[in-house]
Design a protein around this ligand. Structure first.
Ligand code: RTP
Ligand code: MG
Length: 161
């Protein structure tokens, strides 16, 4: 099972279909990489409808839910697992607020997007959701399967931590 080590925080980051179509994959990955977090999983993936629905299950009752699911499955996404101290909250800061028009300049959404329904990137909203989305469950995995995450140590880590 793809369970995080004790005390290790992980977040699920995803370049949404608009980010992929607009050629922003490198730009988005680069921001997390330069910040100093560690990349533990990465793939280009066509999301099926049932997975998009499960990913956003907490928003099931929202009026925009059907449109949101259609958006997420409308083209390939880039799935990533990033690790590091405080990575969940820090990634949300790098991403910026949900509506790109009010997201601060310097954030991904603030710099690169204008519409809430086309906000180029997803980030887990809590460490528990990070684990849920990366796939802590043994019989039910969301975005990553067994063997898709890589255990490795980055040799620049001593300079960062
Ligand atoms: P995400 O989960 O994608 O990282 O975004 P978030 O936490 O900033 O926002 P959340 O409340 O989780 O909403 C998920 C996605 O639903 C779309 N949305 N549309 N009023 C609307 O039309 C509306 N509100 C939210 C956005 O694409 C948002 O990222
Ligand atoms: Mg969210």
């Amino acid at each position: 099972p793809i369970i995080a080590k004790e005390g290790v925080e992980r977040t699920y980051i995803m370049v949404k279909p608009d980010g992929v179509q607009r050629g922003l994959i490198g730009e988005i990955i680069s921001r997390f990489e330069r910040k100093g977090f560690a990349l533990k999983g990465l793939k280009l993936f066509q999301c099926p409808t049932d997975l998009a629905e499960e990913h956003y299950v907490e928003l099931k009752e929202k009026p925009f839910f059907p449109k949101l699911v259609k958006y997420i499955v409308s083209g390939p996404v880039v799935c990533m697992a990033w690790e590091g101290p405080g990575v969940v909250a820090s990634a949300r800061k790098l991403i910026g607020s949900t509506n790109p028009l009010t997201a601060e300049p310097g954030t991904i959404r603030g710099d690169l997007a204008i519409a809430v329904g086309r906000n180029v990137v997803h980030g887990s909203d809590s460490p528990d959701n990070g684990e849920r989305e990366i796939g802590i469950f043994i019989f039910q995995t969301l975005w990553f399967k067994e063997g898709e995450l890589v255990e490795w140590e980055q040799n620049n880590a001593p300079w960062l931590l």
